[in-house]
Design a protein around this ligand. Structure first.
Ligand code: 0O2
Length: 213
């Protein structure tokens, strides 16, 4: 591909991710998803008499992060390729109190008519090699704009506070550490992930005991 063409495609991608219809619509879908999670939380609060979703956030993925991901996947830095291949251009994350709550939230979302499930990746039942755990749901969400209803792709990550703690520190450490001693550090992080799993299981057992009283 010609250098000029490459630069033009890169600029198109940057434009899409900075100040465009895509980012505006992305922010609207994030608001919609956060509201859906609020409603689910209220519904489950009435049912179980406790808070199910502790925290939730959303973001449109930044240009640098998209470029990094495309390069990692061996793909061209191109707007159409990003839209087709990157599922988390628009991402929402919800932190649940207990592991079983994650599946309760997922079940309720799956039943909604304005949500289509594209893919579910259960890194809780099958954690990644790194030790990473979360439930990832790739969704197409319908949103009504002035002229039309559009289906927009969103990645929802559901995890416990313990999984979130691990993922955040792992994320930071991955950027900081160099290539040296990587294997040893990987192993230590995997061990930390196992501790996190045990902690989540223990907390769930305690809650279930209390539920029975
Ligand atoms: P960032 O900076 O967090 O946004 P695909 O292969 O296309 O189906 P994808 O998205 O390439 O799917 O991979 P995956 O593993 O399903 O999900 C990727 C996202 O999950 C990452 O986004 C992270 O947010 C998170 N994640 C996955 N593995 C790890 C891990 O080992 N540690 C941490 N801390 N987070 C992880 P990004 O865009 O890669 O990064």
């Amino acid at each position: 591909m010609k250098k000029k063409d490459k630069i033009r495609r890169k600029e198109n991608l940057q434009r899409m991710l900075t100040d465009s219809e895509f980012t505006v619509k992305g922010k609207c879908v994030i608001s919609l998803m956060l509201t859906k999670l609020d409603i689910i939380n209220t519904f489950l609060l009435m049912k179980y008499n406790r808070t199910i979703i502790q925290m939730k956030t959303g973001r449109v993925k930044g240009y640098d992060s998209v470029c990094k991901k495309l390069s990692k996947k061996g793909l061209e830095l191109d707007r159409e390729i990003a839209l087709e291949k990157i599922n988390d251009l628009i991402g929402v994350r919800a932190i649940c109190s207990y592991v079983d709550d994650i599946y309760r939230v997922a079940d309720l979302l799956e039943k909604q008519k304005d949500i289509r499930i594209v893919k579910v990746k259960d890194y809780i039942k099958q954690p990644k090699k790194s030790g990473y755990q979360s439930l990832h749901m790739i969704l197409d969400v319908a949103i009504a704009f002035q002229q039309e209803t559009q289906w927009i792709r969103v990645e929802l990550q559901l995890r416990t506070a313990a999984m979130d703690y691990w993922a955040n520190l792992d994320h930071q450490l991955r950027y900081k550490r160099g290539k040296k001693e990587t294997d040893m550090i990987d192993e230590e992080l995997q061990q930390c992930a196992e501790v996190i799993t045990q902690l989540d299981q223990k907390m769930l057992e305690v809650r279930k005991k209390i539920d029975r009283i």
